[in-house]
Design a binder for this molecule. Structure first.
Ligand code: IMP
Length: 443
């Protein structure tokens, strides 16, 4: 069998690693970009020249004319939000005709958002800190076998019938537990009608499309959202999102076999951030944490929330490499560290008397862990114009070497600024070969 020419790009921290920028860069040479999990909880900021695009459902590949973009079966899609997102892209001259939605993707409905918000309120201090987009309730309905799928958008009567089946139950939850007025079936179905008309024609058997492209030797990019530490199984449960964010989910979330995932690139910031609640061992409450937030503009794309900031954590990076089977690393926002007197990296955790190198199994133990730091001299140079590793000051290269050593995975890409051009592809890396294979497409 011919080997697939694919690459999965996944987050290796708590999301917001700069995947949008990396994926946008790589999408310029890809034939297909496919998302496989999550929904509009994701927020990718892509800077291209003077243009800033904030994408939530739509893969970054949409900015490249001719790239097929897929929303896989593992996603939950909010039809109302997706229609707005497409309208915004079209208004700015972007062709969106190459987007297809898997008929098996689930719909994230208005009541899911209400249930998400109400549930968070009920949890009070124990809240997850969700994005409030309805993600958890939408996935819960999928698993409870009472969701509405994208294929149901292709026939209004069928959509209405599905809604009629689920709404009485959702209204009971909303009214009796959450003190919400609930929804009227006719009004709600009508609210969705225009979105169904727009999105229905985009519904397809995306797994069939993908396999045809993979077997035809096309370059396929799997676009991950969130990050390994937010994975429903492998993250800091329950402070996680409700989908599988790891590379293997690119197979289940797109309806293809695992042999089609040839490489897994883990995107990792040169420091660490987190939004929402939950343990974060290297979180820095001193001036250094504030500096990282301000220099790195660490405010959520989706919710605008200030992100919690701290130093690079080698323990979580090693763990993310393991649960994803990473084949390479993309280190982003290295430029944000310029001008810091010293930079730190957690190499292990101290848990009571013990020093541990592996990520703990329980979050109770994780909460007790103190990072053991290794300090490195900082650098003052502006590195935003570096285009080769050799252009970086020795101190920055030294820090990158320490990341590689700590994670045990080769760095294949370094990002030194938000623009597409501010990217270093490491010489001799698998990623360099992946980019070079096939023709560079015009973007
Ligand atoms: P949910 O995905 O909205 O249910 O939120 C669950 C957790 O995942 C919360 O801590 C969110 O802040 C976090 N989360 C969800 N999406 C993202 C993202 O795209 N970036 C960073 N954190 C996210």
């Amino acid at each position: 069998m011919k080997k697939s020419n694919s690459l999965a790009v996944v987050g290796a921290q708590w999301g917001d690693e700069g995947k949008g920028k990396v994926i946008d860069y790589l999408a310029s040479v890809a034939d297909v970009v496919a998302r496989f999990q999550g929904g509009n909880n994701a927020g990718h900021t892509v800077v291209y020249g003077a243009n800033i695009f904030k994408l939530h459902h739509v893969p970054s590949g949409i900015l490249n004319a001719g790239t097929l973009c897929l929303l896989g079966n593992g996603m939950v899609v909010d039809p109302l939000v997706l229609v707005e997102e497409l309208a915004e892209l079209q208004k700015r001259g972007i062709d969106t005709s190459n987007l297809r939605i898997s008929g098996k993707a689930h719909l994230n409905m208005a009541y899911h958002k209400d249930l998400d918000e109400a549930n968070e309120k009920l949890l009070g201090e124990k809240k997850i800190g969700t994005t409030g987009r309805g993600i958890g309730p939408a996935y819960a309905d999928k698993i409870m076998r009472r969701g509405i799928r994208a294929i149901d958008m292709t026939a209004y009567e069928r959509f209405r019938e599905r809604l009629a089946g689920i709404l009485p139950l959702q209204n009971r939850f909303l009214k009796e537990i959450y003190d919400h007025a609930g929804y009227d079936l006719d009004e709600l179905a009508e609210l969705y009608r225009p979105a169904l008309e727009k999105l229905g024609p985009m519904v397809a058997d995306s797994s069939q499309l993908l396999v045809e492209n993979l077997n035809g030797g096309k370059k396929v990019l799997f676009e991950g959202a969130q990050g390994a530490l937010l994975d429903i199984d492998h993250g800091t449960y329950p402070y996680v999102t409700s989908s599988s964010t790891v590379a293997a989910a690119a197979a289940t979330g797109n309806g293809i076999g695992p042999q089609h995932i040839s490489q897994a690139l883990g995107v990792i910031k040169a420091y660490t951030t987190r939004v929402g609640e939950g343990p974060f061992p290297t979180e820095d409450h001193t001036e250094a944490g504030d500096q990282l937030r301000e220099r790195g503009n660490e405010y959520g794309t989706t919710t605008g929330r200030p992100r919690r900031c701290g130093w690079f954590d080698g323990v979580i990076a090693r763990y993310a490499a393991m649960v994803n089977g990473l084949t390479g690393l993309a280190v982003t926002k290295l430029d944000v560290l310029s001008g810091m007197d010293e930079v730190n990296m957690a190499v292990s955790y101290r848990c009571g008397e013990e020093v541990i190198n592996n990520f703990p199994l329980s979050i109770e133990e994780l909460k007790e862990c103190e990072p053991v730091y290794r300090s490195f001299p900082g650098w003052d140079e502006d590195i935003s114009r570096a285009r080769r590793l050799e252009d970086l000051p020795a101190a920055a290269r030294n820090f990158l070497d320490a990341i590689e050593e700590s994670v045990g995975i080769k760095i294949e890409l370094v990002s030194v600024g938000p623009d597409r051009s501010q990217t270093i592809i490491c010489k001799g890396s698998n990623l360099e070969s992946w980019i070079a294979s096939g023709q560079q497409k015009k973007s």
